[in-house]
Design a protein around this ligand. Structure first.
Ligand code: TRP
Length: 455
């Protein structure tokens, strides 16, 4: 094991660069594809409410914890927890679990990201009336085509991570995030002018509390962890490139608000768009159950039909813009998923960044090709590594910080860049949340899930 020098690890160039990179990691398929799908699936505004609560009382405190651990140790999740483990051999397992979750989540994330690219072509081919080509790239079940787009996307991700922290990740996200936000708002303004949009808005804002059950709680919590990029040490890793002048609590607040805001805004786009599709004759309700059709493929099934219905050049332009938006959001997230195992290999095995990126990326690429052909794996991976794995990681991080590393030590780290935090009520609140509320809530939801498996 060769420890690496900090110059080889890299640091963020600017405060805003870090916040954008972390927000870029957070804002991704989870916001624009996952969140609206889950809202549609789980009784509209009732899900939103539970989700917001999860972000606020579990996500935000865990994010502060991850950033503090990362900046304190300046290491990847495994190295970070080793450094603070005082020789305890169980503690670093939290880091290893994070690295595994990163690899496995990325391996299906890039398949879905590949679909976003494929649909850019689908919209183009449809416009030029190359019908069979459009059908070919639009076929989500075509394994070979999936694999090609997936590997292309994986390649892009590897190239950015190869560039390093400030020259790769920070530069790419600083460029991509403003474009993404611009596109999002343009699309919303257009969709709102179409028939059916109002109905979608109503569904978004009208809660159906009868849908709240253990399953919904697990989905909302899993979604909160996934969307905020928490529970596997991605923000330990991003925090490890942070300088001591930056205010961690303030940065975490910006990242959380930004991510939740974009999810809600994306919901305002995607859900009304589904109803616009319906107004145009696309079936979005299951005629037998009366429930909204909803699955991993919802966005890819329904929205292209809507763009086709709008038709002509405008329809194509909107379609292409939407899928580019989705692809860009996915890219700034996939780089953070890859950065975790890559940082682990760089720090703990003394491999240089370029080699580490290609080795880890290549490995993920192989799994993602298997997923491309066997899409049913996505459901299992989501269940194990996202819905259970991330909250489990978050639980472990909370317990580790609260009872092993101890909040007073975390406070010493949080004070750097935020001198007044010691005497603020916020610190006390944070300790209560991280020591008691977050472990108990996460534990309860996970137990409910395991219970429902067994019975
Ligand atoms: N947050 C991203 C999204 O919403 C996905 C993601 C990127 C992620 N990095 C992560 C999820 C780390 C969990 C952990 O799409």
């Amino acid at each position: 094991m060769t420890p690496t020098t900090s110059s080889e690890r890299g640091t963020w160039n600017s405060k805003i660069g870090f916040i954008l990179a972390a927000a870029g990691s957070a804002v991704g398929l989870g916001n624009i594809w996952g969140f609206p799908t889950q809202v549609a699936d789980n009784g509209g505004a009732a899900f939103i409410l539970i989700y917001l609560l999860c972000c606020l009382i579990i996500g935000f405190p865990v994010m502060i914890a991850e950033l503090a651990i990362g900046r304190r140790t300046q290491k990847n999740p495994v190295g970070a927890l080793k450094a603070l483990s005082k020789g305890n051999s169980f503690i670093p397992l939290i880091g290893y679990w994070g690295v595994i979750c990163g690899v496995m989540i990325l391996s299906f994330y890039v398949v879905i990201s590949g679909w976003t690219l494929a649909y850019v072509f689908e919209e183009l081919f449809y416009f030029f009336q190359f019908e069979s080509a459009a059908n070919y790239v639009g076929d989500l079940g075509n394994g070979l085509k999936n694999a090609v787009f997936t590997l292309f996307f994986m390649g892009l991700t590897i190239l950015i991570v190869t560039g390093g922290v400030s020259k790769g990740i920070e530069r790419a996200t600083k460029l991509l995030m403003p474009v993404l936000i611009g596109i999002l708002f343009i699309l919303i303004f257009y969709i709102f002018t179409l028939d059916g949009a109002k109905e979608g808005l109503l569904m978004f804002f009208k809660p159906d509390f009868s849908t709240i059950d253990g399953n919904l709680l697990l989905s909302a919590m899993g979604q909160a962890f996934f969307s905020l990029s928490l529970g596997m040490g991605a923000l330990i890793t991003y925090g490890s490139y942070l300088n001591k002048k930056q205010n961690i609590v303030e940065s975490a607040a910006y990242i959380t608000i930004f991510d939740v805001g974009i999810a809600v805004v994306a919901g305002l786009l995607v859900i009304p768009a589904m109803f616009v599709a319906q107004a145009g004759g696309v079936q979005i309700f299951n005629p037998e159950t009366g429930a909204l059709f909803s699955s991993v493929t919802l966005v890819f099934d329904v929205l292209p039909e809507m763009f086709h219905n709008i038709g002509g050049f405008v329809g194509m332009l909107l379609g292409i813009t939407f899928f580019i938006l989705l692809g860009l959001a996915a890219l700034t997230s996939s780089i953070s998923l890859l950065e975790v195992p890559v940082a682990y290999v760089i720090d703990e095995h003394g491999v240089n960044r370029k080699k580490a990126s290609w080795i880890v990326g290549g490995f993920v690429g192989i799994i993602s090709v298997i997923v491309s052909f066997e899409l049913s794996l996505i459901d299992y991976f989501v269940m194990i590594f996202n819905e259970i794995g991330l909250p489990l990681g978050g639980l472990a991080i909370s317990v580790f910080l609260g009872y092993f590393w101890k909040s007073e030590n975390a406070l010493l780290e949080l004070e750097q860049g935020n001198e007044s935090i010691r005497d603020s009520g916020f610190y006390t609140l944070w300790v209560i949340l991280i020591k008691y509320i977050s472990p108990v809530l996460i534990g309860l939801v996970l137990l409910t899930t395991i219970w429902s498996f067994l019975t």
